[in-house]
Design a protein around this ligand. Structure first.
Ligand code: ADP
Ligand code: MG
Ligand code: MG
Length: 892
């Protein structure tokens, strides 16, 4: 701690921009003071003082004197001393961190009351009841938060007093009752803590200040910070504020208000008021509050003044504010304000309303909303009013509300959905084989795995509802049923899952669709007179974002349907078309033939059979994305993924052999499966390596792309294909594939007479590729950072495994705040991206740079990619609006 450091600021010394130092509450109390609003005088002890205390266990040496000096000044100003016997100054000691942590930390009111000063207060106010009510509140709050007495003991005593008198509410207790209650409260303190309730006002204040410091590390506060991702080392400020009294009778009271509706954004009178009460009573719900509008008839003067102050605050903060106020005998006092929390929908509405009011500009409006809020608005939700039976709960992995018939395997999911049924795919966990079923299902439910499990990641990518890791579920795939706490759900029974809460229901919960998606899909027009207000707001904000963003946004899409949807959502091309999906389903057999081929002829036959099918896929895709770039990635996954499961096949063959009717093909398959089996397929024969060892595979794909492009061109289309080679580690790999590809392209061009202009580039997804980007750029016209694999290989962990084994522990220990598969690890993986981008451009200034994979649709990662100068991000169709918005926010 340095000698000149100032630890205490008078409310007149601070301002709203000093939240780091004074906390939100202190900074805004200062701001209101300086705006000339009626704020009871006081001072703020800084977060720095709190940090010193938390680090060393001791308050900073200078703090006591500084507090004394400020207290002296406050006493002078108020013309009375803290706890003065005949006319006591009372204060509140209030916590207030940089970020609001509602109800997480402690506040004590009425400090300065004692057995003697309570009499003085009664005389000054001419109201015994009020004084004893204030005293009992002090002992109650102080006992609970400072001395650690179980709060229920006080509440029980208060209840007892009401019962004894046969009254329902605390305001019906008179001075004598409250006096008795104070005695009882003091006894509770004595018997619970072994000490008397402190009578020295300064001691009360000092103990309360310490208690506020300590509350920063209370369990509730820590948990809240972890959930909200608030750093643990900020500390809290402490506000000492002279008391004003809402409990001085019917012409007094306390309330909360919003400058506009936090749910809709509409302007109007929103809030609650409670007569004859002190602050905590409103939130605690001890008595029924009245709507703020009623204050007009209770106390017109204060009401009018409040309305005016609210307008001042909105104009000043240029945003929705929430406030706490108290009226003491007809005199209005402001006790707190801050920019208020709001729902996702209100955030969009308010931002555009403020633009219309001329309070903020478009760039500012973009800062008032987030991609996460937009994502929230895009998911359908369950009708909250519905009566339903909860079955269990898992992890909310991918938001949304999905209803359908339970199915327990992918095959049934696909079959049923083809015949028009809505299904929920329920699995213990999913793997790439479930992909078709996942696509066909309304939602996915698993009993194992967390937020980065296969099910969760894939579902999020597809914008599909997913609840994972619902451990109460016993999934029995064989018998096509699951059991949950004794309830059996059979195949075909209807279940509902809520991916925003993780809740699982039996039966159908009604769903309401998101108007925002209806809008993006083009089924609702923002221009129409009766268009949803929310849709209009989203429409405008998206337009602001598109106007300023530099990053382009492409889609990860493998088929025409996804491509068209992506276009409607604003995609400016396809950044990743995975071709492995084109090898599944009915084509699997052909792929098997390819893998099993013993001779060149067999292999060529297999490839020849695949060629027209691939070509047709590409024709459709290029047509859907006409005029926009389409990056096609050549086959990437290890071949065994196209073969049957090794255990299953072994059993089948063994059984057949026992029956002596082993089938030749199965035997060959089994051999191939053994041959291709890898201990670590993620680092095995995949990507460019496949292209180099399986003759003709990549060239077949290139031929399909080239012929499709030529066909589209002949049909007067404008195909813009880019061919992408995955998992390259060295420029030599790329050069070989490139040479072969160029030959094929030249041959197709010659044969069709069409000049194709196909770009050839690579993924950067191995550390070696990133480190040698300067060389690789010599053979690549573009880089697409495959940050999923890059994250796996840079960290050296496999996404499919680590999640279940140790990620939870890592998150708990704070090793990362968020999975590096969700948000790019800027320091590690990100720095490779940054350097590789620069090195690549040094070699080839017009090198096109993009990113594909999960991170392309993650808000924080999008900002990072903007900052390192990439040209585009590519993400799943559903994430496109989020990426557009965040790209706009990054540039604004
Ligand atoms: P929180 O952060 O939980 O809202 P506060 O510090 O704002 O806690 O205080 C709790 C309640 O006590 C609020 O309703 C507030 O308005 C009221 N309060 C705080 N200080 C005073 C004061 N000096 N005079 C009257 N009421 C107060
Ligand atoms: Mg408050
Ligand atoms: Mg990859």
């Amino acid at each position: 701690e340095n000698k000149d450091q100032k630890f205490v600021y008078d409310f007149t010394e601070g301002n709203k921009d000093l939240k780091d130092l004074l906390g939100g509450k202190g900074a805004n109390l200062a701001e209101m003071t300086n705006l000339g609003l009626p704020v009871p005088p006081g001072f703020t002890i800084t977060t720095e003082a709190c940090k010193v205390y938390l680090d060393s266990g001791e308050e900073p040496a200078a703090l006591r004197d500084e507090v004394s000096a400020h207290l002296d000044a406050l006493e002078q100003r108020m013309g009375k001393k803290l706890g003065q016997a005949d006319d006591p100054l009372l204060v509140s000691v209030r916590s207030g961190a940089k970020f609001s942590m509602p109800g997480m930390m402690d506040t004590v009111l009425n400090i300065g009351l004692s057995d003697t000063s309570v009499e003085g207060l009664a005389k000054q106010a001419g109201d015994d009841r009020f004084a004893w009510d204030s005293y009992r509140r002090l002992i109650q709050m102080f006992g609970k938060t400072v001395l650690g007495v179980d709060g229920e003991l006080f509440e029980d005593a208060l209840e007892g007093a009401k019962e004894a008198k046969k009254v329902a509410v605390d305001t019906d207790l008179d001075a004598a009752d409250l006096k008795k209650l104070v005695k009882q409260f003091k006894k509770i303190v004595k018997s619970e803590t072994g000490r008397d309730f402190p009578q020295d006002p300064r001691e009360q204040m000092d103990l309360a200040i310490k208690a506020v410091f300590d509350s920063w590390n209370g369990d509730r506060a820590k948990l809240y910070r972890r959930q909200e991702r608030i750093p643990h080392d900020l500390g809290t400020a402490v506000n000492v504020c002279s008391m004003v009294f809402g409990n001085l009778g019917p012409d007094s009271g306390t309330g909360v208000a919003f400058t506009r509706d936090p749910a809709s954004g509409h302007q109007g009178v929103y809030g609650d008021y409670l007569q004859n009460a002190q602050g905590e009573d409103v939130v605690a719900g001890i008595r029924n509050t009245v709507p703020l509008a009623d204050l007009e008839s209770i106390d017109k003067k204060s009401y009018d003044q409040l309305m005016q102050i609210m307008e001042t605050l909105e104009t000043h903060y240029r945003d929705l504010c929430d406030i706490e106020f108290t009226i003491e005998r007809g005199q209005l006092w402001m006790l707190q304000t801050r920019v208020g929390k709001r729902t996702a929908g209100a955030a969009f509405r308010i931002a555009t309303q403020l633009v219309d009011q001329g309070l903020i500009d478009e760039a500012e409006a973009l800062q008032r909303v987030t991609g996460a809020q937009l994502a929230q608005l895009m998911f359908p939700r369950f009708d909250e009013t519905a009566q339903v039976e909860k079955l269990g709960r898992g992890i909310a992995a991918s938001p949304g509300a999905a209803v359908g018939k339970a199915v327990f395997d992918s095959y049934t999911a696909v079959k049923w959905s083809r015949s028009g049924e809505k299904v929920i795919l329920i699995r213990r966990e999913t793997n790439p084989d479930d992909l078709d079923g996942m696509i066909a299902a309304e939602g996915i439910l698993t009993s194992r795995g967390g937020k980065t499990s296969h099910a969760a990641v894939v579902a999020r990518g597809m914008g599909k509802t997913c609840v994972c890791g619902a451990e109460e579920l016993e999934v029995d795939t064989k018998r096509r049923r699951m059991t949950v706490n004794g309830t059996v759900v059979e195949e075909g029974d209807v279940v509902s899952i809520d991916g925003s809460t993780g809740k699982v229901y039996i039966g159908e919960v009604p769903v309401v669709p998101s108007p925002v998606v209806e809008y993006f899909e083009g089924r609702m027009h923002a221009g129409a007179d009766d268009a949803d207000e929310l849709v209009q707001a989203v429409h405008r904000i998206m337009a602001y974002a598109d106007r300023v963003r530099r990053l382009r946004v492409r889609a990860n899409a493998d088929n025409a349907e996804d491509a068209l949807r992506a276009r409607r959502f604003g995609a400016q091309g396809i950044g990743l078309c995975r071709t492995e999906h084109m090898f599944l389903g009915e084509r699997r057999e052909m792929v098997e033939k390819l893998i099993l081929a013993d001779t060149d002829d067999e292999r060529e036959d297999a490839l020849k059979a695949l060629l027209p099918l691939q070509k047709k896929d590409f024709v459709e895709l290029f047509e859907a994305m006409d005029g926009l770039p389409v990056t096609v990635r050549l086959l990437d996954p290890p071949l065994h993924e196209f073969l049957p499961d090794i255990t299953e096949l072994s059993v089948r063959v063994a059984l057949a052999e026992a029956r002596k009717d082993a089938n030749e093909n199965d035997l060959r398959l089994l051999q191939a499966v053994h041959r291709l089996h890898e201990q670590n397929p993620m680092l095995g024969l995949r990507g460019v390596r496949l292209g180099l060892v399986i003759p003709g595979l990549f060239t077949m794909q290139v031929r399909a792309i080239a012929e499709a492009a030529a066909e589209r061109r002949n049909a007067k289309g404008d195909p813009r294909a880019e061919i992408m080679i995955p998992l390259v580690g060295t420029v030599q790999e790329l050069e070989i594939v490139r040479e072969e590809a160029e030959e094929v392209i030249a041959e197709v061009e010659a044969r069709t007479g069409v000049e194709l202009k196909l770009a050839l580039g690579t993924m950067i997804e191995l550390p070696r590729a990133a480190l040698t980007a300067a060389q690789i750029a010599e053979a690549a016209e573009f880089f697409s950072f495959g940050t999923n694999d890059l994250t796996q290989t840079v960290w050296g962990f496999s996404r499919d495994d680590v999640e279940a084994s140790f990620f939870t522990a890592y998150l708990e220990k704070g090793i990362f705040g968020v999975s590096p598969f969700e948000t790019i690890d800027k320091d590690g993986v990100g720095s490779l991206v940054r350097n590789a981008a620069a090195a690549g451009r040094a070699t080839r200034p017009d090198l096109k740079l993009g990113v594909c994979g999960e991170h392309g649709g993650d808000p924080e990662s999008v900002h990072f990619f903007h900052e390192v100068g990439l040209d585009y991000v590519s993400c799943s169709p559903f994430r496109i609006p989020v990426a557009r918005l965040e790209a706009g926010r990054a540039a604004a």
